[in-house]
Write a protein that binds this ligand. Structure first.
Ligand SMILES: C[S@@+](CC[C@H](N)C(=O)[O-])C[C@H]1O[C@@H](n2cnc3c(N)ncnc32)[C@H](O)[C@@H]1O
Length: 258
């Protein structure tokens, strides 16, 4: 088993991926912080289809991607994992308010632990007991997997592949490591411009962002390049990989089982 931290963050410290000290700041804050957040999630949602009834979501946060998928596909059912109780509570309340509670199940779990279950930490019967089996039509994730070390990203992609039906697909939206220092500057300038268009600086927008420490299998950002992600997907057994959306340092990428 990989070494991972089990200590709870203290005071203003947050779990990797929670982003804001106050969860109530997430939905507006993430849209100020990241260029084209809604467009990115809408593209991701459009990559699955109405035939993808059973969907596994990793790192659902406050439920913004869940909501878009449930709105778009009336027969979709989502099993959503997140290790943060406060993010899950927020998502659950929002999903209930929207009237989708019967089609959404939130599970408090570290997806790194789930990834390791393919390597016998948890057996399939244990997973079925908590509501995660191996028959999903799609797996989706946004802004979460980049907190894993690359070795764990690969294990997770392998686990996802194993949990998908033959018609299955996997789509992820995440920040990418810039391919060079020059690209890093260009990506950064795009984010500064996004902030400036809202009459703010990136530093001002970041003032209510918390400080994350390693928790579970996640860490503060562990970015990989887009190419490295696509290679990991191919190695994990996705013969078709694709990048339906890219905007500076952010990408939606994924692939099909067949
Ligand atoms: C930035 S939020 C994104 C939430 C949502 N997907 C969105 O796009 O708005 C990332 C979420 O991933 C969760 N997360 C990060 N690492 C995780 C892990 N190892 N296991 C489970 N959840 C994790 C965090 O708790 C957080 O809720």
């Amino acid at each position: 088993m990989n070494s991972h931290s089990t200590a709870s963050p203290a005071n203003q410290e947050i779990f990797p991926g929670e982003v804001f000290v106050n969860t109530a700041d997430f939905d507006t804050g993430i849209r100020r912080l990241l260029p084209k957040y809604d467009e990115m999630l809408d593209v991701l949602a459009s990559c699955i289809s109405s035939a993808n009834h059973r969907i596994l979501e990793l790192g659902c946060g406050t439920g913004e991607l869940s909501l878009k998928v449930l709105q778009r596909y009336p027969s979709a059912e989502i099993v959503a994992l997140d290790y943060s109780p406060r993010m899950l509570d927020f998502a659950r309340a929002k999903i209930e308010l929207a009237g989708y509670a019967a089609r959404w199940t939130g599970i408090e779990m570290d997806f790194g632990e789930w990834a390791n279950s393919a390597f016998s930490l948890l057996d399939d019967r244990e997973l079925e007991k908590v509501g995660i089996d191996a028959n999903f039509n799609a797996c989706i994730s946004s802004l979460a997997i980049h907190h894993l070390e690359d070795e764990m990203k690969l294990k997770l992609f392998q686990r996802i592949r194993k949990s998908l039906n033959p018609d299955g697909c996997f789509w992820n939206a995440d920040p990418m490591l810039a391919e060079s220092p020059a690209m890093k500057d260009i990506d950064r300038a795009a984010r500064e411009e996004w902030a400036a268009n809202q009459g703010e600086t990136l530093a001002e927008i970041r003032s209510n962002v918390g400080t994350s420490v390693a928790y579970g299998y996640s860490n503060p950002d562990r970015l990989a390049t887009l190419l490295a992600h696509l290679e990991m997907l191919a190695k994990a057994g996705f013969p078709t990989v694709s990048v339906p959306w890219k905007y500076y340092g952010m990408a939606v990428f994924g692939g099909f089982v067949n």
